[in-house]
Design a binder for this molecule. Structure first.
Ligand code: AMP
Length: 369
């Protein structure tokens, strides 16, 4: 059984590593020859829109999935489907909604999921109206192709908005209110072809410069978990979703406000590899293959820290008791996610102590409550 994956980044690499024990095989498609997943599995090298490669992927695989959402929906639909080969999971409709921040906001509103106040901005007059109606502070974001804080400009006053309009290249934007959140959380769940679902414990996330630095899970009171799971279930049902889906929220005065969704396995779920009965990667594979979903029971209290820029000396890291290191095999570059490490502890207090210790060592200056 071969799974075709469009994109061969670290998420794809961890999918393959989760699939091998189940006897699965993988074929990736990525323009980069040294992409993280192509170091552990066969890959086709070329553009995500190359008709020949997409058709080959669809012909040679039972199921097609993706580890990166900024891929061409049109190319995927036209060429992969034309090959009468693999099914595409998660559904293209979910990918389409997640690729456009405006479509995503409309979806949240349609499903009764609270989200930030926002306006679509396609011209300077629309920008001025958005500023008047939503107010400041806020943030301008490109509707498409933004990730890890890229394609965003914070707006403290109207002048910042004009600068942002120029800086972001006068492309279609969304303007949204700035939420002075108390914390950020995300929820991850899988829905299988049979309609069965499995939802993970809530993740508490700390970002720095728009990039995820730390996730702690399980996190927050049961009420947050219930609310987030209800919102996630609505999205899963709406799309008759198959695979893993993630929603990120701001928490303000105990209220969950949806920020965005990702139709894929997610960075805030990496802790599930060691910290849960079944990892998000394995459950994504189980879901898209129509296999029974695995338990999402946590095995303790986990902290996952992203390694950004370069991997610190391994000797120092691996000397830390119970630390699990994941090196994605990427060349170092400032601001790039090159690996992560996870610890699992028996209590939340011990987990938080370890998270603080790791932050002091690896991300000095970042404080957590
Ligand atoms: P995003 O790409 O939308 O996930 O944004 C990356 C990070 O920037 C978020 O996780 C937040 O930490 C911050 N951020 C984005 N939008 C807002 C907002 N409207 N209010 C407050 N913080 C935000």
């Amino acid at each position: 059984m071969t799974i075709g994956v469009v994109g061969a980044g670290q998420l794809g690499r961890m999918l393959a590593l989760a699939g091998y024990p189940l006897g699965l095989e993988f074929l990736f498609l990525d323009p980069a020859r040294d992409a993280p997943a192509s170091q552990v599995a066969p890959a086709l090298h070329g553009s995500f829109t190359d008709p020949k490669l997409l058709r080959r992927l669809a012909r040679e695989c039972e199921v097609l999935t993706f580890d990166w959402e900024n891929i061409s929906v049109e190319a995927l639909r036209a060429h992969a489907a034309a090959a009468h080969g693999a099914r595409i999971c998660p559904p293209i409709a979910a990918l389409t909604a997640a690729q456009d921040r405006v479509a995503e906001k409309r979806l949240f509103e349609q499903l009764g999921i609270p989200t930030t106040r926002w306006r679509a901005v396609g011209s300077r007059p629309q920008l001025e109206r958005a500023l008047r109606e939503v107010g400041t502070p806020g943030v301008l974001k490109t509707r498409r192709l933004g990730y890890d804080g890229k394609g965003q400009v914070r707006v403290k006053a109207a002048e910042d908005a004009n600068r942002g309009w120029e800086e972001l290249g006068r492309v279609p934007l969304i303007y949204e209110e700035w939420v002075p959140f108390d914390c950020e959380v995300s929820i991850i769940g899988a829905r299988s072809r049979s309609g069965a679902t499995a939802i993970y414990p809530l993740n508490g996330n700390v970002h720095s410069h728009g990039i995820l630095r730390l996730t702690r899970a399980p996190y927050g009171p049961p009420r947050w978990q219930r609310t987030a799971a209800r919102h996630l279930q609505r999205c899963l049902t709406h799309f008759r979703y198959v695979g893993v889906l993630t929603i990120e929220f701001f928490v303000l005065h105990g209220r969950l406000i949806a920020n965005e969704m990702a139709p894929r396995v997610h960075n805030s779920g990496h802790w599930t590899i060691e910290g849960c009965a079944t990892s998000q990667f394995e459950n994504h594979l189980r879901a898209i293959l129509g296999l029974p979903l695995g338990s999402t029971r946590p095995l303790g209290f986990s902290a996952m820290l992203n390694l950004i820029g370069d991997i610190p000396p391994r000797e120092g890291l691996l000397a830390l008791e119970g630390l699990h290191l994941h090196d994605y095999g990427k060349p170092p570059r400032p601001g790039r996610k090159v690996g992560h490490c996870t610890v699992v502890e028996p209590t939340a207090a011990r987990r938080d102590r370890r998270a603080r210790g790791l932050l002091a060592k690896l991300a000095p200056g970042l404080r957590i409550p």
